[in-house]
Design a protein around this ligand. Structure first.
Ligand SMILES: NC(=O)c1ccc[n+]([C@@H]2O[C@H](COP(=O)([O-])OP(=O)(O)OC[C@H]3O[C@@H](n4cnc5c(N)ncnc54)[C@H](O)[C@@H]3O)[C@@H](O)[C@H]2O)c1
Length: 377
C-alpha cells in the first residue's frame, strides 16, 4: 500500500553542491532507524537524502513522513526497493526479514546497508552472497562499532604488539528500553495488528530452528537470538582485531539463554567471551588485549545516546619500573555516521565493504559452533 505525503515539499537543500547524492529508502522505521540512522544521515546532507520510507505500520510511515519531509511512503518493501527515487536501501526491520528485503533490493539493483544480523541462516547468507556477486551492488552489514576511530586505532596498536598473551570480549548491558525510554522519543504503533506483530516472531523462530537444526531447547533458541542480536557486534569486532579464531574451545549458556560464556582458541592465546542482558541501565562492552608489557582496551557505551565516546585505554610498563596509562577518546562523532561515510565511499569508489556478506558468514559459523557446544554443557 503506498501512502501519499501531501505535505512533502522540495527536497532538503544541501549546503554544498554534491557530486553524487545517494537517495536512501528505509525499510523498517523503528528505534534504530529513528534514533540512530535518521540523525546520522541528517548530518551528511551532501552525501545522502532520505527519499522513501517503508514500515508495516501505516501510522509510523505517515507520522515520520511528515516529520522528516519524505514523499514516498509505503507499507510494502517491494514498492520501496523498486522505486526510481531510491538508490540505496537501509534494512532496519526485524531480523527475520533482513534476507528477503536485502535480496529484493539487490535484485532491483540497489545498494544495501543491512542492520545486523545480515540474516539468520547460512542458506540465506549464501543467497545474498550469490545475488551481490551477480548484481555487483554494495551490500554492507551494519557493524558500526567497527568503523569507530577508537576501534581502528586499537587495531593498529594490537597489530604492533610483539605477542598477545590473552584477550577478553565482554558485553554486559541493561535492557535497551531502560536507556531509550528516558533519552529518546520513538514513534511506534501500539495498535498494530497482532498478526503483523507476530509475523516477525514466527519467522524468526522458524529460521533460528533451521539454523540450529535438531530440536533446540527454548534456552538454546534464546542464546542464538542473543548471538545474532548483541554478540554479532562483539564477535565481528573480535575477528577484525584478532583474526578468525582456530576454533571454539568452550561455550555455555545459562539464565534462560540470556547469559553466554565462550572461549576462542587463537593458538598462542585464548580469547574469553562473556555476555549478558540484565536490568541495570548501563552498557559495558569492551575488547581487551593483553601483551606482556601492554594492555589495549576499546570501550563502547550505549549506541542509543548518540556521540557517546568510544574510548581507548592503554596500560603499559613505563620502562622505569612503574605503570603508564592513557585514557583517550580519539575523536568526536558517532560510529553510525562513520558507518554511513564508509557506505558512501564503498558505493562511489567501488570498494568492497570490510563488513560485507562474506565477512558476516564467519560470525554465523562461529555461532553455529558455539550453539553446538552449548548443547553439550
Ligand atoms: N546496530 C545496532 O547497534 C542496532 C541497534 C538496535 C537494533 N539494530 C537492528 O535493527 C533492526 C531493527 O531494530 P529496532 O530496535 O529498530 O526494532 P523496532 O522493533 O524498534 O523497529 C522495527 C520496525 O520495523 C517495522 N516492521 C516490522 N516488520 C516489517 C516488515 N516486514 N517490513 C517493514 N517494516 C517492518 C516495525 O513496525 C517497526 O517499526 C534489528 O534487526 C536490530 O537487530 C541494530
Amino acid at each position: 500500500m503506498s501512502i501519499k505525503n501531501e505535505e512533502q515539499a522540495v527536497p532538503q537543500a544541501s549546503a554544498s553542491a554534491p557530486e553524487l547524492r545517494i537517495r536512501v529508502g528505509f525499510v523498517g522505521c523503528g528505534e534504530v532507524a529513528q534514533i540512530m540512522h535518521w540523525p546520522s544521515l541528517f548530518q551528511l546532507p551532501d552525501r545522502f537524502e532520505v527519499t522513501a520510507l517503508c514500515d508495516v505500520s501505516p501510522l509510523v510511515v505517515e507520522q515520520l513522513g511528515k516529520a522528516w519531509n519524505v514523499a514516498t511512503l509505503t507499507t510494502d518493501h517491494r514498492e520501496l526497493v523498486t522505486s526510481d527515487d531510491v538508490d540505496a536501501v537501509l534494512v532496519a526491520n526485524p531480523n527475520a526479514f533482513h534476507a528477503e528485503v536485502t535480496l529484493d533490493a539487490v535484485a532491483a539493483g540497489k545498494h544495501v546497508l543491512v542492520e545486523k544480523p545480515m540474516c539468520i541462516t547460512r542458506r540465506e547468507a549464501k543467497q545474498i552472497i550469490a545475488a551481490q556477486k551477480d548484481r555487483r551492488v554494495v551490500v554492507q552489514v551494519g557493524y558500526m562499532r567497527r568503523y569507530a576511530p577508537a576501534f581502528l586505532d586499537g587495531c593498529e596498536l594490537v597489530k604492533a604488539m610483539p605477542a598477545i598473551k590473552f584477550a577478553r570480549v565482554r558485553d554486559l548491558i541493561g535492557l535497551n528500553s531502560l536507556i531509550v525510554n528516558s533519552t529518546s522519543r520513538v514513534i511506534r504503533d501500539e495498535q498494530l495488528q497482532e498478526s503483523l506483530k507476530n509475523e516477525g516472531k514466527l519467522r524468526d523462530q522458524a529460521l533460528i530452528d533451521e539454523a540450529l537444526g535438531g530440536d533446540p531447547s527454548p534456552d538454546l533458541r534464546q542464546a542464538y537470538a542473543v548471538m545474532l542480536g548483541l554478540s554479532s557486534h562483539d564477535i565481528s569486532a573480535m575477528r577484525e582485531l584478532l583474526g578468525v579464531p582456530r576454533k571454539v574451545l568452550f561455550a555455555a549458556q545459562r539464565g534462560g539463554g540470556r547469559y553466554l560464556a565462550a572461549a576462542f582458541d587463537y593458538g598462542p592465546f585464548v580469547c574469553q567471551f562473556e555476555t549478558g542482558i540484565d536490568k541495570i541501565a548501563r552498557f559495558d562492552a569492551h575488547l581487551e588485549v593483553y601483551g606482556s608489557q601492554k594492555v589495549v582496551r576499546i570501550q563502547y557505551d550505549t549506541p542509543y545516546v548518540r556521540n557517546s565516546p568510544v574510548r581507548l585505554f592503554v596500560t603499559e610498563d613505563n620502562q622505569r619500573g612503574g605503570v603508564a596509562s592513557l585514557d583517550s577518546h580519539p575523536s568526536w562523532g558517532d560510529p553510525f555516521v562513520a558507518e554511513w561515510q564508509a557506505f558512501y565511499e564503498n558505493i562511489t569508489q567501488n570498494k568492497v565493504p570490510k563488513t560485507g556478506p562474506e565477512d558476516f558468514v564467519h560470525d554465523l559459523e562461529l555461532f553455529g559452533e558455539m550453539a553446538r557446544l552449548m548443547r553439550e554443557v
